[in-house]
Design a protein around this ligand. Structure first.
Ligand code: ASP
Length: 414
């Protein structure tokens, strides 16, 4: 009785710790065990391999449901919809290009000299060939092969089809999507609870076999990601300065609460009501712009995640000594855009969709476990950029003239 009470106590204590602390504990124990047991820790990376397999299995379904849901629930039409889509696409592409640019310049992974478990196959042919290769030859194949582009094609087709159904059927489709989305997020939270064990095993196995070379590279990676995120923030503020009536410094002052909350929760969805309230009350944007940017946009606008996933793919390729060709990098751009649309606004969501980016360019997904050691921190940083991306869209949609004072009550729709 006593021992079960004690273990419940230990288990209870463990689950009450915030995830990032559990990951840090896994990291520290992993280093210690790797140093003590050396090369004998080779098989310790098994939990990481298993967890990444499960994440990889969840990813295509998550993207399918997220894209169908976005198409079904997007309630904007005509010019406004086109303008918003253009803004979102431009911002995401800029984020990825900044990420790839910084990763190509800083080359944080070079020098890690990790040895992949076997030959890493390369993507054959040109960009067009690689794209054509992604057109599904059966409805299930993209899910079996984890091919994100094929999954999106199917999702878009079914999303548009469901939209054209009668009101009752459409509501049913929306409810089904919401139900599936919530269930996937619950399963995801179970898997994410196991992440500290994956970190422990992967770190022990890497330290045991190759020492600290990989961590030196990780340090450079963290700096490179922060630099790229700061450049993206500067891009947003410059665009806001010249494309809207809002002034960057007063915007940052008004948004302080939302940004701090994004950092502390690592969830842009949890921050959403605060972002909306700050834009509406603190900055004074029109109701329509604030809700389009912060409420509608935030469902699929995750530029920080896109930037991070592209950089992560390049970083791991550099660590493994694999050269990513132009065609590969184009695939990284395309899959990162899709992956960021499918990433839910919750902690570590980028991790799931990252498996799809890696699969597209044939990189071994188990190295994502190495990134977990720093992800708890970088996740918080990219969540701030995800929120700032929504703010950017809201300000640009608000235009160059301010809403006349005292026109509308500044209440939040929650
Ligand atoms: N945590 C991020 C967010 O909530 C998503 C991610 O993992 O990149 O926006």
């Amino acid at each position: 009785m006593e021992s079960s009470g004690a273990s419940r106590g230990v288990f209870g204590f463990w689950t009450r710790l915030p995830l990032y602390l559990r990951i840090v504990v896994g990291l520290v124990l992993g280093i210690a065990v790797g140093l003590v047991f050396g090369p004998a820790t080779k098989a310790f990376d098994l939990p990481a391999r298993l967890i990444l397999r499960v994440l990889g299995a969840l990813a295509p379904v998550l993207i399918l449901v997220a894209v169908v849901r976005a198409i079904l629930t997007a309630d904007i039409h005509g010019r406004l919809a086109a303008r918003m889509a253009a803004l979102l696409t431009l911002n995401t592409l800029t984020a990825i290009l900044i990420g790839l640019g910084v990763a190509n310049l800083v080359r944080p992974g070079v020098g890690a000299n990790l040895h992949p478990p076997g030959e890493v196959p390369r993507v054959q042919g040109d960009v067009v060939g690689a794209l054509l290769d992604n057109i599904p030859s059966s409805l299930l194949q993209p899910f079996v092969d984890n091919r994100v582009i094929g999954v999106v094609m199917i999702a878009v087709a079914f999303g548009i089809a469901a939209r054209s159904l009668g009101e009752k059927e459409r509501r049913l489709a929306e409810d089904l999507c919401s139900l599936s989305f919530s269930s996937i997020l619950v399963v995801l939270s179970w898997v994410i609870a196991l992440v500290p064990f994956a970190v422990f095993g992967k770190v022990a196995s890497i330290v045991g076999q190759s020492g600290f070379r990989a961590f030196h590279a990780l340090g450079w990676f963290v700096l490179a990601v922060i630099l790229a995120l700061m450049l993206q923030a500067a891009y947003y503020l410059i665009r806001i300065r010249f494309g809207s009536w809002v002034r960057p410094l007063s915007l940052l002052r008004a948004l302080r609460d939302a940004l701090v909350m994004a950092f502390s929760t690592a969830s842009s969805t949890a921050t959403m009501p605060v972002t909306y309230e700050r834009l509406r009350v603190g900055v004074g944007l029109r109701e329509r712009s604030a809700s389009l940017g912060a409420l509608v946009g935030s469902n699929f606008n995750n530029d920080g995640t896109a930037l991070y996933e592209a950089m992560a793919a390049l970083f791991v390729a550099q660590m493994l000594g694999v050269e990513l060709s132009f065609a590969d990098q184009c695939l990284v751009v395309l899959t990162s855009v899709i992956a960021s649309i499918g990433a839910a606004g919750i902690p570590e969501a980028g991790l799931v969709t990252m498996t799809l980016v890696f699969t597209a360019v044939k990189l071994p997904t188990d190295y994502i476990a190495l990134l977990l050691t720093v992800d708890w921190f970088l996740d918080r940083c990219r969540t701030m950029i995800n929120v700032l991306g929504d703010v950017n869209v809201a300000c640009l949609l608000d235009g160059k003239t301010r809403e006349p004072q005292g026109t509308a009550p500044a209440t939040a729709p929650f």
